[in-house]
Design a protein around this ligand. Structure first.
Ligand code: FAQ
Length: 336
């Protein structure tokens, strides 16, 4: 069964056109639901409801943009890494994030949304990317903390996506998660080095970074379940396997023990073990900050977007040269 046209934009129910479902479409949808219920993977060429396609494009493009914009806060420290070893590790990590973005753009392309469409949406400020990358990296300890907390949160959220019902996304996530796991470890190890061998000033720098990144990191999982409009349907379709709150809880429970070994305090006086729930209770998350950041008004939103747009514009000559080279090669082949 082959999919519809490559460009599915503007064909969703609710865009002004009346959605009439034929008996054939209803049968296709029943068949699709049965595959989802059986835990089967959906491939790019399989029939899928428009809303499933649209939900995937929304999540995958947001995810891809997060990887690409996520290079910026860390890239800021490549030239200031304290040793050659740390510089090489950071360089490799930032490069990995760029690769993740490319796998994910490719996964979204299989759904009929071109890379140009996704870049346009990002550069015009219409597309979302993770809230976390709108915070500044003020010290070297921020780089270790991003590895520990931000990559740690990313892994917690992304390992279940390796079993996402849409196969091209699931396959991309398997590669991505292997690399994210290395990213988390390198961050934790960098912090552990500072906490066990560092000066008092370095230890204070780690604590300060943890104080600033903790709350934004636990916001990464998205709004609370009762304010998450997409979760129920995405879980029904096997795109999401766990709810935002469940993943956040797992992350918090793991981070508490890691913080204890590291010797840092998590900046939440209400964080304590709840014997009955067999999980940690935590303080109130400031969701007004989260909504403000994703609406474009975080500490670095404008700077991040301006940097991306400039990089895109500065790279125009590379894209033009690649196209000119391809045209020349085609002509040479034709002439031969
Ligand atoms: N930031 O109904 P829900 C990384 C939006 S990659 C911004 O719960 P959903 C690697 C959401 O899009 C990090 N927006 O939505 C790295 C929706 O708006 P929309 C990215 C957010 O999709 C590490 C609205 O709020 N990871 O870190 C955020 O069911 C280090 C309502 O929310 C992924 O993208 C947020 N934090 O669940 C790179 C993983 N949370 O679209 C460099 C895949 C929610 O309706 C350095 N994505 N929103 O306009 C997901 O798992 C899901 O999309 C969620 C949100 C869980 C993020």
């Amino acid at each position: 069964m082959y999919t519809q046209a490559m460009d599915t934009m503007g064909k969703e129910p609710g865009d002004g056109k009346k959605a009439v479902r034929s008996a054939d479409e209803m049968r296709l949808e029943e068949n699709f639901d049965a595959h989802i219920d059986a835990g089967d993977f959906i491939e790019a060429k399989d029939w899928m409801p428009d809303h499933y396609r649209k939900t995937l494009v929304r999540q995958i493009s947001q995810h891809a943009h997060s990887e690409i914009v996520g290079m910026l806060p860390e890239g800021n420290w490549i030239s200031r890494a304290p040793t050659l070893k740390r510089k090489a590790i950071l360089l490799a990590k930032v490069q990995d994030e760029g690769g993740h973005g490319l796998y994910l753009y490719a996964a979204a392309e299989t759904l009929g949304t071109s890379r140009d469409q996704m870049f346009d949406a990002l550069h015009s400020g219409k597309a979302k990317y993770s809230s976390i990358f709108n915070y500044p990296t003020l010290t070297w300890a921020d780089i270790g903390t991003i590895g520990w907390l931000v990559d740690g949160a990313a892994i917690m959220n992304q390992v279940p996506i390796c079993r996402c019902s849409y196969a091209p996304y699931a396959r991309a996530m398997i590669r991505i998660c292997r690399e994210e796991s290395f990213h988390q470890r390198q961050g934790y190890e960098a912090l552990l080095t500072m906490m066990t061998k560092g000066t008092d000033a370095q230890k204070a720098m780690v604590q300060d970074a943890v104080n600033r990144w903790w709350w934004p990191s636990i916001m990464m999982f998205g709004p609370p379940d009762d304010q998450s409009p997409n979760s129920a349907q995405s879980m029904r379709w096997g795109i999401k396997r766990f709810s935002n709150d469940d993943l956040r809880q797992k992350f918090i429970d793991a981070a508490v023990e890691q913080a204890r070994i590291l010797g840092v305090t998590l900046p939440d006086p209400d964080l304590k073990w709840n014997e009955e729930r067999q999980a940690h209770d935590h303080g109130t998350i400031d969701w007004s900050e989260f909504w403000r950041v994703i609406a474009g008004d975080g500490p670095c939103n404008r700077e991040r977007l301006a940097t991306r747009v400039k990089a895109w514009e500065d790279g125009a000559w590379v894209r033009e040269a690649a196209l000119a080279h391809a045209r020349k090669q085609t002509k040479l082949k034709e002439a031969a």
